[in-house]
Design a protein around this ligand. Structure first.
Ligand SMILES: O=C(O)[C@@H](CO)OP(=O)(O)O
Ligand SMILES: [Mg+2]
Length: 430
């Protein structure tokens, strides 16, 4: 028997897709087996998220991670040394207790999530199996429905468009492979439309195009045209998915839509989004209202939850307690699961399981600041989440994840199912 006790955990500074430093953790077992993982970072963050430990001063605009790396090298490594790798929950509990703060400000959410993920990698390596299989065991899993950005806006594109993510979903595809193929067709068609119109400005943080639109509706119209140009049927084969990220422009019940020069209250937002739902084949809307507007969420979900997935991201911050409360209140019907919002994999998993128990859609999601780390792809498959959101084609830190799911799908051969329509909570309820 090889010795699966932890020898050491090391932290190192690496760089993310926005040119900012981030934290990599590397776990070494006594057997010599290693596992490593890198923490991602958000730009549009919820106030209830685990906090990254970042160093002040002018170095890298005050974004350095020296203290988070030191926390791994010193406290975390000492606290975990000698522990067996088998029990992720016990190891995560140890990290949580060691930090001792609600918002993870002492060790840093970035140090904790990198360590938590690296522990899982080490365990999978010790068992000589892929990470997703380590999580799923012998349970059957299906490949996730991808949610892929075509246009970026909001905090990821200097707020050129108010809405943060204009994405598509291909629930009628037969497989993950085919869903990715269809999405690529739409992506290329959208790029051609923007070039022709002279509105292409570049690539946004998550790999979607950065367009110069004059209204949010223009983005939706262009997206519809791109779906048609790709030879696909909007609403039947391909649907639209939006992340409004409304906390970025809404506070205290007021929403300032800069692009359109409009200021709306909650009811105005609900009415505007309801109008979009009438006119466009929208299957999913994330954070339609701000995190401080729970009654707005409730009214929105009451009005539209029967025909649209309503996702809480900043609103729920991957917190099982908040997911439970939202299920009781009826304020969303889906939860975005971002491990670094929670701080550890066990807490992220608890949020997902709580969502599933409530009949919610569950979407494992990357952050806008990412790296070559593909852990998230394995979590989506291994936890059988149903949906995955990691950004789009023009950025390889995103494609690394999608391509990893292709590999997993191929490895399963005819065993590999695809979540398709079943991933969407309002479709399952029918
Ligand atoms: O809001 C989101 O869902 C994510 C990913 O799109 O963005 P960020 O990582 O900046 O929070
Ligand atoms: Mg979001």
């Amino acid at each position: 028997m090889s010795d699966n006790r932890i020898e050491q955990v090391r932290g190192r500074r690496v760089w993310d897709s926005r040119g900012r430093p981030t934290v990599e953790a590397e776990v070494r077992l006594r057997s010599g087996v290693r596992g490593r993982a890198i923490a991602p970072a958000g730009a549009s963050t919820g106030t209830g998220e685990a906090l990254d430990l970042r160093d002040g001063g002018t170095r890298f605009a005050g974004m350095d991670v020296g203290r988070a790396c030191a926390a791994i090298n010193e406290e975390i490594s000492t606290a975990l040394a000698g522990w067996d790798i088998a029990d992720q929950q016990a190891l995560d509990d140890r990290l949580i207790a060691l930090d001792g703060t609600r918002e993870r400000s002492r060790l840093g959410g970035n140090a904790m999530v990198a360590t938590s993920m690296a522990l899982l990698h080490a365990r999978a390596a010790a068992h000589d199996r892929p990470l997703w299989r380590e999580l799923a065991g012998e349970r059957k899993v299906r490949m996730p429905l991808p949610e892929i950005q075509i246009f970026g806006g909001g905090a990821h594109a200097a707020r050129r468009v108010d809405v943060q993510d204009f994405m598509i979903m291909c629930p009628a595809a037969r497989s993950f492979t085919q869903a990715l193929e269809w999405t690529a067709e739409v992506y290329l068609a959208a790029g051609a439309l923007l070039k022709k119109a002279g509105t292409l400005q570049g690539v946004a943080d998550e790999g979607g195009y950065w367009p110069a639109f004059s209204s949010n509706e223009q983005a939706l119209d262009t997206l519809m045209q791109a779906i048609l140009d790709a030879g696909l049927r909007p609403g039947e084969e391909v649907g639209i998915s939006l992340d409004i990220a409304a906390s970025e422009f809404g506070r205290n019940g007021r929403y300032e839509l800069a692009l359109e020069g409009r200021s709306l209250d909650s009811d105005g937002m609900i009415e505007m989004l309801g109008g979009w739902l009438e006119r466009y084949p929208i299957l999913s809307i994330e954070d339609p209202l701000a995190e401080d507007d729970p009654s707005g969420f409730r009214r929105f979900c009451e009005a539209h939850g029967a025909r649209c997935q309503v996702i809480g991201d900043d609103f729920l911050v991957t917190n099982a307690g908040r997911v439970r409360a939202a299920a009781e209140a009826g304020s969303v019907n889906a939860v975005l699961v971002k491990p670094n919002q929670a701080g550890t994999l066990s807490e992220a998993h608890a949020a997902l399981v709580t969502g599933k128990a409530a009949g919610f859609g569950t979407i494992v999601s990357a952050r806008s600041g990412e790296t070559e780390d593909v852990t998230i792809a394995h979590l989506a498959v291994g936890w059988n989440a149903g949906q995955l959101k990691v950004g789009s084609f023009s950025r390889s830190e995103r494609m690394a994840k999608w391509n990893e799911v292709l590999r997993i799908e191929e490895s399963l051969g005819s065993e590999a199912g695809f979540w398709g329509w079943d991933a969407l909570p309002f479709r399952r309820a029918r």
